[in-house]
Design a protein around this ligand. Structure first.
Ligand code: UT7
Length: 329
């Protein structure tokens, strides 16, 4: 197997048409536009319909990315979907997406590491290409989190939205991948999880009545962890790439809370025009948030050839990660 460089040759994203605004939430929960805006930066989130599953969103984003790259689905060697809201507990959503794209008999698997999913996925996909195992990979971050949110819990119901972002990675003489820093701490899964429905706690009637099929989060604890890990992972990824903050053209962070992003950016001395924020439009879309933001940035011309980008995320696990990437047009 011959190693090579890797670059992203196509991006795409999709969010369902239906939107829930802060004003809509004010009508059904004890909350306010003012509270949500100042505490999170969120204004709107897109919501999948009852018949729309994660693979449906993933498919639209995937087609856009393939089109952007000018690559036929049959020429993709491996399909990866990062998600915590798969169509089914199994089979993997990536298998469904590959088949819907008409690509038969190709490698396909999911990555389930919550909001860090795209960062882990990018590390795995880039490594598979750079080591020569595959020439072309389609990596998608896709979520329908509104399906696992307790609409009566104001602490979480306001936060999450649905969407998908996709990238095509291809072998290349240039190498965009500069470094990766990944981490996890599974000692306190209860800080952020869906408790029931796995092998630890069956979704029996008691747990169902207690709402344990929904996302539960200790917001304040996760907030503190998030700021620390965003900073730490970014610094370590830059260090591994032998770069500093000053070399960074763009920070593309997971969109969980504008205050988390601002606190990390301030510490990292990143001016706001170098930090990508679209949380007002989508809310927190977990594994989809970074590829959606990247796709928007590329399509609006905000990403330039040679730009050094850090993608950084954190989430359930707890987990975190950052990838340093030199954009090649
Ligand atoms: O991507 C996955 C990772 N997730 C995250 O990174 C999220 C991290 N955490 C956060 O973003 C924030 O902790 C939240 C946005 C979830 C909450 O913001 P906070 O500033 O940490 O608020 P808090 O939990 O400390 O609550 C402050 C107050 C409480 O009332 P009391 O106890 O002070 O009377 C809450 O009951 O705000 C209340 N509150 C609300 N009020 C109006 C909580 N949710 C709401 C709400 N509307 N939706």
């Amino acid at each position: 197997m011959n190693g090579s460089g890797v670059k992203i040759t196509g991006v795409g994203h999709y969010a369902p048409e239906k939107v829930i605004t802060n004003a809509d939430l004010e009508k059904i929960l004890d909350t306010s536009d003012e509270w949500i805006t100042t505490r999170t930066g969120m204004k709107r989130r897109h919501v999948a319909g009852i018949d729309e599953a994660t693979s449906d969103l993933a498919l639209v984003a995937a087609r856009a990315a393939l089109d952007d790259a000018g690559v036929d689905p049959h020429d993709i060697d491996c399909f990866i979907v990062a998600t915590v809201t798969p169509d089914f507990p199994f089979p993997a959503t990536a298998c469904i997406v590959a088949s819907k794209l008409g690509a038969e008999n190709k490698a396909a698997f999911d990555i389930e590491i919550a909001c860090s999913g795209f960062i882990y996925g990018l590390t795995v996909a880039a490594s598979l290409v750079r080591s020569g195992v595959y020439k072309r990979i389609l990596l998608i971050g896709a979520e329908t989190l509104t399906k696992i949110v307790n609409r009566k819990d104001r602490a979480t119901a306001i936060l999450f939205g649905d969407g998908a972002g996709a990238v095509v990675l291809e072998a290349s003489a240039q190498d965009s991948f500069l470094s990766s820093e990944l981490g996890s701490d599974g000692s306190k899964p209860e800080l952020l999880r869906v408790a029931a429905g796995g092998s630890r706690y069956a979704l029996d009637p008691l747990r169902y009545d207690a709402g344990e099929q929904y996302i539960y989060m200790e917001g304040r604890e996760v907030f503190k962890f998030a700021v620390t890990k965003m900073i730490d992972a970014t610094e370590r990824a830059l260090e591994k790439a032998r770069l500093t903050h000053a070399d960074l053209d763009l920070l593309i962070p997971h969109q969980a809370n504008k205050r988390i992003i601002d606190a990390a950016a301030k510490y990292l001395e990143m001016p706001s025009d170098k930090v990508l924020v679209n949380i007002h439009e989508y809310g927190n879309t977990s594994a989809a948030s970074i590829p959606i933001a990247l796709s928007e940035a590329v399509r609006s011309g905000r990403v330039k050839n040679g730009d050094v980008i850090v993608f950084v995320g954190f989430g359930g696990g707890l987990s975190w990660g950052a990838v340093t990437w030199k954009w090649a047009a």
